[in-house]
Write a protein that binds this ligand. Structure first.
Ligand SMILES: Cc1cc2nc3c(=O)[nH]c(=O)nc-3n(C[C@H](O)[C@H](O)[C@H](O)COP(=O)(O)OP(=O)(O)OC[C@H]3O[C@@H](n4cnc5c(N)ncnc54)[C@H](O)[C@@H]3O)c2cc1C
Length: 461
């Protein structure tokens, strides 16, 4: 697991501020690469696990899992219920049921692991292997001393925390406000076998289910690994500003009320999935199994300077905050952490501003720019409306394209070069081997989505 000769690296030190899953992953990676590592956290280890909600659903796919594997870390693919595809349904503002497709993940799986569980287990390993864990709320003033005392300082304090140390990039930050209000709740009571959500996919509970209402927002159910309850399900909803869904999400004030709001949402809007939703139960032992809020997509600079002029590097949500609609935030942070660790391990010079900025530019090019663009596609950003219309219609006609479209969540790079309807058509043809006109000419509105005939007692018999 250790990728460097510890003796030759023992004089180098690193500080990481923030013990969310990204900070802990980087801390463990640097420790295993031979650094002396101190990890600063505003909460002690039990509080990180039990007194806060998970930062998000953190569904991640093959590329992000490969980054964890490269650090010698567990990807949880053997422990978490696996996602093998994504089933999508789209209704227009008049609630006409327009598009349905079921995209298989081609050669990889997804897992959504409780960020508290992952951070806790990695923190335990970090401490057992000799990492120094300091419980302290780091301020801009104390960060100055920390950065002065370490060769490399990473700031992974999430979207709030010390993120203001890093200027917001004006070119890459395209929204001045969140695009959706969010509500999430984790539940039990539902298996992951083919009898669950069977009306959506032959894979049943192996596929997550995404429903899009052009005027209201989006609702998603997916298999999840909860820190205490184990294999479970997560709901994640996105509400457009001013929508009925936004009002409903705003009323949530507990796991039970969030669960009730979601159940009523499925009763009133997404009845095709209702029987499965009615079978779910709140996780009573975890009062933090729900979350509401909003994320403004923001891309910050990779380098900040403390008052004394010491350069520090941003990491994870502190670098880039994504709306979670395309599931990019956790993935991006893990990939960024792995890239930073790998680069630091083989670097012999100072970790100065130039080095940090160069690594950040590489990360933006290798992952983040594409991840942010795919997030805008799934947010139905008007700039990509025509492209999105083609892509989702093509997915409804051609299973190969459905697989490629949902594959952008795993590997968003193919979308980076798609900036016009012509380029979208060329991508459809590249994936399917058929001209986009021929593919789209075969599109027919779905008419009526198949409804669930799920009967919990029968599937468990
Ligand atoms: C609803 C929702 C759903 C999501 N779904 C997905 C998904 O499906 N897939 C995906 O890839 N991503 C998803 N994300 C994004 C993902 O959850 C985050 O990108 C990721 O968990 C961020 O991890 P982090 O370690 O960077 O930040 P955080 O988890 O926020 O960790 C930061 C840590 O720093 C600590 N801290 C803050 N300030 C200080 C300080 N001054 N001193 C010391 N410590 C401090 C905090 O207490 C915290 O422990 C989702 C996000 C949301 C909101």
């Amino acid at each position: 697991m250790t990728s460097q000769n510890p003796a030759s690296r023992s004089t180098r030190s690193a500080a990481i501020v923030g013990a969310g899953q990204t900070g802990v992953t980087a801390a463990l990676g640097l420790l295993d690469a031979g650094f002396e590592v101190t990890l600063y956290s505003d909460r002690d280890q039990p509080a990180l696990r039990n007194d806060v909600p998970a930062t998000g659903t953190a569904l991640e796919f093959g590329v992000a899992q490969q980054a964890e594997l490269a650090l010698g870390l567990d990807t949880y693919t053997a422990r978490a219920p696996r996602h093998t595809g994504l089933s999508v349904r789209i209704a227009d503002p008049e609630r006409n049921e327009l598009i349905a497709f079921d995209g298989d993940f081609d050669g990889y799986v997804g897992v959504a692991v409780d960020t508290r569980l992952k951070a806790d287990e990695r923190l335990t390993a970090f401490r057992e292997r000799g990492g120094r864990f300091v419980v302290e709320q780091v301020t801009p003033e104390t960060l100055d001393g920390i950065a002065a005392a370490h060769d490399l300082t990473l700031v992974a304090t999430g979207r709030g925390g010390l993120s203001d140390l890093f200027a917001v990039g004006t070119t890459r930050t395209v929204y001045d406000a969140p695009q959706r209000s969010l509500l999430t709740v984790t539940v039990t009571g539902l298996d992951h076998d083919p009898g669950v959500f069977a009306h959506r996919s032959p894979a049943g509970g192996g596929h997550s289910g995404f429903s899009i209402f052009a005027d209201q927002g989006e609702g998603w159910w997916g298999p999840y690994l909860h820190k205490d309850a184990g294999p479970s399900w997560a709901f994640l909803g996105w509400a457009r500003p001013g929508s009925d869904w936004e009002k409903r999400f705003g009323a949530a004030d507990s796991a039970a009320s969030a669960h009730r709001i979601v159940t009523e949402l499925y009763r009133d809007y997404i009845d095709w999935d209702l029987p499965e939703v009615l079978a779910t139960r709140v996780i009573e032992d975890d009062p933090h199994s729900w979350l509401k809020g909003a994320v403004r997509p923001v891309v910050r600079e990779g380098v900040g300077r403390t008052a004394g002029g010491h350069p520090v590097a941003s990491l994870g949500d502190t670098s880039v905050a994504y709306d979670p609609i395309a599931g990019q935030g956790a993935q991006s942070g893990l990939i960024q952490a792995q890239r930073l660790v790998a680069a630091a391990a083989v670097h012999d010079g100072a970790f100065d501003e130039n080095w940090i900025a160069a690594r950040y530019a590489e990360f933006l090019a290798a992952r983040s720019d594409a991840a942010a663009k795919v997030t805008r596609l799934f947010l139905s950003d008007p700039e990509f409306a025509d492209i999105g219309g083609q892509f989702f219609a093509a997915a409804a006609v051609e299973p190969r394209f459905a697989s490629a479209l949902v594959g952008l969540l795993h590997h968003p790079q193919p979308f980076l070069g798609v900036d016009s309807v012509e380029a979208a058509g060329a991508y459809i043809e590249k994936v399917t081997g058929v001209s986009a006109a021929d593919v789209l000419g075969r599109f027919q509105p779905a008419g009526r989505f198949e409804r669930s005939a799920f009967a919990p007692a029968l599937t468990r018999a």
